[in-house]
Design a protein around this ligand. Structure first.
Ligand code: SOE
Length: 396
């Protein structure tokens, strides 16, 4: 059966959602909804994206739409995803799941009780060699993981004339760099290691504390505005360093920043085990570094023939034919639709697929980091109010 998809929020990332579903071949793009009918019509023409709806409620009322892709700015995630679930639609939401931890919890609970697919695009999980690293660690190939570290560094906000809604706490949430990209790193670290971050110690900083806000805010990676804009004080972080403790005893750290010249989309993850190390870089995604103590280090070049059977399906081209960001994104969307076709049964969810549960968990992590910084840089536990409620109920 051909499934129908509708998309709400046709900005930068929308084109990649559409590209991914088109590559699946069995999903029909029904239409899109944006902030005004006029701009949506224009965007629908540009993206060849079917109907332009007057608003997201009209899109949700269309029975031809089975799956809603929510690519709105963060402050609208809750409203649109919740309405979509209530309308009985499967939801694929951009990360972060919502602007606050409370909103994420509400969305997670609504999705959990709805018998519908609920997906958050932590798309870096979709890389074949990320799945290879996950499989190798799960199969004990590097022994017990003891140190998990890395970074997610960008430079598109370096210039003070670059501005994005992500820097406005009302639209982007209290955190900027951690919420936007630190969230990806934490999700990846937990997914690849299979361990959970249980305590954090964070130091946040705003390097560019005043920006010029142009009339139309820049899109991510769009460069600085041509005309000078009004000055605005910036309160959310554009760099952060975080120490981490994992539930398996491993220690770690991550550095995050979006004002770091030269770093485009520099996400790196390294896991050191007692018997070996694994490292992966998003900008060289077809190589996995395998470190050893008493024999030569090696580099596994992506090659379906050499990969773990669980990871092989994420590689689509033979060795030497590079696969990259758009392919990894497509892999996550493919897993999402595969799950939808299996009626979104909990036991049928592909392992790599991130759900609203992961989105909620991620917002707990960012929340703990903000708390840690606000308390003057002290260790903070990552607490889940839902688990506390469950434990108290069990004890009572
Ligand atoms: C901008 O920092 C951005 O587009 C993020 O919002 C995405 O989540 C990340 O994949 C690339 O960078």
């Amino acid at each position: 059966m051909t499934l129908g998809m509708g998309l709400v929020g046709p900005g930068f990332i929308a084109a990649h959602h559409l590209d991914a579903v088109r590559r699946l071949g069995n999903v029909e793009v029904i239409g899109i909804a944006g902030s005004s009918l006029e701009s949506t019509k224009k965007r629908a023409r540009e993206l060849n994206a079917g109907r332009a709806y007057a608003g997201y409620r009209e899109l949700l009322a269309d029975p031809a739409v089975h799956v809603v892709h929510n690519t709105t700015p963060n402050h609208l995630h809750r409203e649109v995803s919740l309405a979509a679930l209530r309308a009985g639609k499967h939801v694929i939401s951009d990360k972060p799941l919502a602007a606050t931890m409370e909103e994420s919890r509400e969305l997670y609970e609504a999705a959990r009780d709805a018998n519908l697919a609920h997906v958050v695009t932590f798309n870096y999980r979709g890389y074949p060699l990320v799945q290879q690293a996950r499989a190798m660690i799960a199969k004990g190939k590097i022994g017990k993981s003891v140190f998990v570290h890395g970074c997610y560094l960008q430079d598109w906000l370096t210039d003070e004339r670059a501005y994005t809604w992500r820097l406005d706490p009302k639209l982007g949430g209290a955190s900027s760099a951690l919420g936007d990209i630190g969230s990806h790193w934490c999700d990846l670290a937990e997914h690849v290691t299979g361990a959970r971050i249980v305590e954090v110690l964070a130091d946040l900083h705003t390097v560019v504390a005043e920006r010029e806000v142009p009339d139309t805010a820049a899109k991510a990676f769009a460069g600085k505005a041509k005309a000078p804009g009004k000055k605005r004080r910036i309160t959310s972080e554009d760099v952060a360093s975080v120490l981490l403790r994992f539930d398996n005893g491993a220690r770690g750290c991550v550095t995050v920043g979006q004002v770091l010249p030269g770093h485009k989309n520099d996400l790196r993850l390294e896991v050191n085990g007692r018997e070996g190390s694994i490292a992966w870089r998003q900008e060289q995604p077809n190589e996995l570094w395998l470190g050893h103590h008493a024999k030569a280090n090696t580099v596994l070049t992506r090659d379906p023939a050499l990969m773990d059977p669980t990871a092989r399906g994420y590689a689509h081209l033979p060795a030497g034919h590079p696969e990259a960001w758009a392919d990894a994104f497509r892999n996550i969307i493919a897993d999402a639709y595969a799950w939808i076709r299996r009626d979104a049964r909990a036991d049928a969810k592909p392992i790599a697929l991130p759900t609203f549960a992961d989105g909620y968990r991620n917002s707990l992590l960012v929340d703990a980091m903000l708390r840690s910084h606000a308390a003057g840089g002290v260790w903070q536990p990552v607490t889940d109010p839902l688990e506390t409620k469950r434990t108290t109920r069990k004890r009572g």
